[in-house]
Ligand binder design. Sequence first.
Ligand SMILES: [Zn+2]
Length: 319
Amino acid sequence: MDQETYGYVCPRCGASLEITPETMVIVCDYCGYPSSITGIMDPKEVYVVESVPRKLVEDAFWRVVERDFDLRRLKKDIVIREVEGIYVPIWVSRVKLSGEVSYYFYQYEGKKRRKVYRVIKVDSWRLVSLVARRQARRLGVSEAVASLSEELLKEKARKLIELSPDEWQKVKLQILNTEYDAKTAEERLKEDALDMLREEFKAEGEIDGFQVSVEHLEKPKLFLIPVWNVYYSYKESVYSAFFSGWGPHLLLKTEPVTGIRRGLYLASAWLSILVSSLLAYIVFLGEKIDVRLLILPLLGVGGAYTFSKLSLRDVRLER
Ligand SMILES: [Zn+2]
């Protein structure tokens, strides 16, 4: 085992590769050729969704500023501070789920309540994906993963080994380490697929039977997905706007709360207070008070609370 003393070299161009004990896959910085260090996975099965160049991300940012109700008013004081693009490794697979789910919910007909049972046969394929990292809590990443689709991957992803060194130089970005191998990914993807299904049925009613299993799981493939962060400043503070590297599309942004926005929130808070007192008055006006109606003025109070809290914030997160 002389790997650690002599280091690895790229099998395509001979450049030396810097690896750490955790490295599973390394992509050559010069030519973009992937190598598997642990040998667990096939480097030929690493795909990349090529990123647009930095300039297009900046253009997309200014378009967002132009179109945004608040930001366009601040435009002359907005400065781009830094633009950073990364590739996030993501395991993607298709799973076939089959089985049966039973659930129930209540239906109201006038004052009568009826329990309705449903038994649904499950027999379907779905796309599942998993960020191949333990600490995946980066802003923008889950939004990027959520916007992936089978069509997009089919259309935009290419095998990394098929990119020429020149092509790689045009699209290269820093690549986050892959921390889950294919085996671990398989287990997680199976669990996630079942959890996703369970959540979908939970939205329909109370589940009382869930006999679904993963009948088939395609071998997971590793995709490198580009995510960009535009750091911009307004006055003294720095905010972020995240873009997918394809498109590019805005994923989410933080932004300053403007005077106008604060005013809107405050006006809404006052309006909520007004409406809730009016509703309380109407409810108590009736001869017999229907206790259930008291929820209405309470909702108004809740609205007032939310809006006044919003008016005091300095940063707004928009998805
Ligand atoms: Zn190379």
